[in-house]
Ligand binder design. Structure first.
Ligand code: NOJ
Ligand code: CA
Length: 655
């Protein structure tokens, strides 16, 4: 009964229920109060997606805020705005939804305010507990919010881990998911795609999801704890992040959604002119494959000479930046407390001279702060560290938190670190610095508010191919539909020497070279790396694609995709289109109807693709580059090798 009326676009909120219905009338989120317990549910076209699920909070002291509510009242409004991101996958974003604010009141007068939002591409809700008599300083022991799904969907998930998102993805029935980090993406038996995540994670703990004992299709919020088990401490009001459920008819629709950004506040940085997407190379892969070392010595990577060589290469090939890791003292004590010094250079690295050398050549030097998880030491030095970069004209810094967090017992994804990561974003903005964070907290859309928060890892990236059993061919066909829904990722694609036998004969990359090029488009990052040693790019025809790559897009369209199998994404910058198409371990023919091209005139098309004999395992570097002329009515056919891909540029003919 409830679900039937729920589906009706004209549904009127009764006394014990309230709802928000999406602008297209198809998606609805409802909150009802029965026996004093608030439960929300979600449906699309009348079909349930989330069955009535509890929203609740339990504190160290005071009454539980999960039951005992006696009344409910609500008010609704329509939001219909368009905003321009400083950078992103589309030049303008529509923020259109219905919002219903529901007040649930206890006999004591204590209130739980739940805000529901229904967009065409998903729903979200967040809870607020205002300050009240006996509710000021609080310790939250549990958020008991549930997600009771209506079917045993196919789910893609990584295991719950309070310190890392660097895992391979599982594909299982939802009922087999025991504990996961978000996003978790699902496909229903009707082919609907649903992804569960959170938006605007601020002064709160990261959410993981736990399977439930009494309902195998239910997941419960499990917040990452402080060392003493408390989940969130603060002073009222308590405001949770948005709990988000993206919904799309196709897998690709999830990628095109801007739900997560729409649930964040507008940009607070007044002058954003210094925030600029860019491509970059780095003194980086050499360390991972043991050609070089981070610490000084005979194989030190960050030497004056080597940095200058990279700056020259970047200047010559139109690359925006050069990352330099291993420039500061402390790498010989990696992992120890108080190891790193963020202002003292190794003797063979002259920071001011190299910064000037880069500036003169129009190249950004990208700084590096590896904390090794030693957050107190970093916080002590952070002003001095950012000032050193600022005063040398360095505008981008990669940070890292490899290893357990000091103080021990704190987790990367707990509230304490959520607040640390945010403090660093705000401080970087003060110093005019863009960030690329490794071992980060997951993205939740704060880039809208703080667009200097460019990109981050939070993914099992390229480095795993250097020193582990590697990332299988299907890995990058899952990421766009899961991790990437949360935000940009610094995967660091572009390894051309696929087997790097000169350095590590037992490790390799599990793709063809054409797929490495395609990843530059598929794996969106506003600061996008070509990760290989520069000697592997010098004079390589496939590198031409990267030299032209914009990292900021006016439009993004997903042509086709199936999670874990393949994906093809087209992105526009001005009048030019770029297409990236990748497959898992299976060969595939991909057809791209060119009806999305804006102009009626012909386009010059350059295709960087697998050669007919290419195979990720046996013949990964066989490629060809083809030039053609095509028109908007044509269909582009791409033959992808096993573990392969293709990258395409399309520019309208000049009149
Ligand atoms: C792990 C990061 O993911 C990697 O990019 C970096 O090179 C090392 N830590 C050292 O900071
Ligand atoms: Ca890492």
């Amino acid at each position: 009964m409830m679900l039937t009326c729920f589906a009706l676009p004209g549904f009127a909120a009764g006394e014990r229920t309230a709802a928000a219905v999406s602008p297209d009338g198809r998606l609805a989120i409802m909150l009802s109060l029965e026996d004093g317990v608030p439960r929300y549910s979600v449906a699309r076209d009348g079909r349930p997606i989330v069955l009535p699920s509890v929203i609740g909070f339990r504190f160290a002291e005071g009454e539980p805020m999960s039951r005992g509510f006696e009344s409910l009242h609500s008010e609704s409004r329509v939001i219909d705005e368009t905003w321009q991101p400083v950078w992103g996958t589309d030049e303008a974003v529509n923020d259109r939804c219905t919002e219903t604010v529901v007040h649930l009141v206890k006999p004591s007068g204590r209130e739980l305010i739940v805000t529901l939002r229904a967009y065409d591409d998903g729903v979200a809700f967040r809870s607020e507990l205002p300050s009240a008599q006996g509710f000021s300083d609080y310790e939250l022991l549990a958020e008991e919010t549930e997600f009771r799904f209506a079917g045993d969907h196919t789910a893609w998930w990584i295991k719950a881990d309070y310190d890392s998102y660097e895992h391979l993805w599982n594909e299982t029935p939802l009922s087999e998911l025991d504990a996961a980090n978000t996003p978790v993406t699902m496909r229903t038996e009707h082919g609907l795609h649903v992804s569960l995540h959170e938006a605007n994670l601020t002064r709160y703990a990261g959410m993981t999801l736990k399977g439930s004992d009494d309902d195998e299709l239910a997941l419960t919020c499990e917040l990452v704890p402080w060392p003493d088990g408390v989940k969130v401490r603060g002073t009222a009001p308590l405001l949770t992040p948005w709990r988000t459920i993206q919904v799309g008819e196709t897998a690709g629709a999830l990628i095109e959604s801007h739900l997560i950004e729409n649930l964040n506040d507008p940009c607070v940085i007044e002058d954003t002119s210094w925030i600029r997407p860019m491509t970059y190379i780095g003194i980086w892969w050499g360390m991972h494959i043991t050609k070089e070392t981070w610490h000084d010595g005979p194989r030190h990577g960050a030497t004056n000479e080597n940095v200058r060589r990279h700056i020259d290469f970047a200047a010559k090939h139109n690359i925006g930046g050069v990352l330099v890791e291993g420039w500061n003292t402390g790498w010989d004590k990696w992992g120890a407390k108080d190891a790193y010094d963020f202002v003292t250079c190794y003797p063979d690295f002259d920071l001011p001279a190299l910064a000037a050398y880069a500036r003169e050549r129009g190249v950004e030097l990208i700084g590096h702060h590896e904390t090794g998880g030693d957050v107190p030491t970093y916080e002590r030095q952070i002003d001095e560290a950012f000032e050193l970069y600022r005063s040398n004209g360095i505008k981008a810094v990669k940070t890292g938190y490899a290893g357990g967090i000091y103080p021990r017992g704190q987790h990367h994804h707990g509230q304490w670190m959520v607040e640390h990561y945010r403090m660093v974003v705000e401080k970087a903005a003060e110093y005019g610095i863009m960030l690329d964070v490794h071992e980060p907290i997951k993205p939740t859309g704060i880039r809208r508010t703080w667009p200097n928060m460019m990109t981050r890892e939070g993914v099992r990236g390229m480095e795993y191919n250097a020193w582990s059993e590697g990332n299988p061919p299907e890995h990058t066909t899952i990421l766009p539909f899961t991790r990437m829904l949360a935000g940009p990722l610094d995967y660091t694609p572009g390894i051309f020497d696929i087997t790097f036998n000169d350095y590590k004969p037992n490790n390799r990359v599990y793709t063809t070279i054409a797929k490495q090029v395609a990843l530059f488009v598929v794996l969106y990052s506003p600061v996008q790396m070509a990760a290989d040693l520069i000697e592997n790019y010098e004079d390589h025809p496939m590198f031409r694609f990267f030299r032209r790559l914009p990292c900021d897009w006016d439009e993004t369209r997903v042509i086709d995709g199936a999670i874990g199998d393949h994906v093809t994404i087209a992105r526009r910058s001005g009048m030019n289109w770029y297409i990236g198409s990748i497959t898992d371990e299976n060969a595939r023919t991909v057809r791209v109807p060119l009806d999305f091209l804006g102009e009626t005139r012909p386009y010059s098309v350059t295709i960087y693709r697998d050669a007919p004999t290419a195979h990720w395992e046996t013949n990964p570097t066989a490629y060809e580059i083809i030039g053609e002329s095509m028109s908007p009515g044509d269909t582009l056919t791409l033959e992808l090798a096993p573990g392969g891909g293709a990258a395409v540029t399309l520019s309208p003919h000049k009149y």
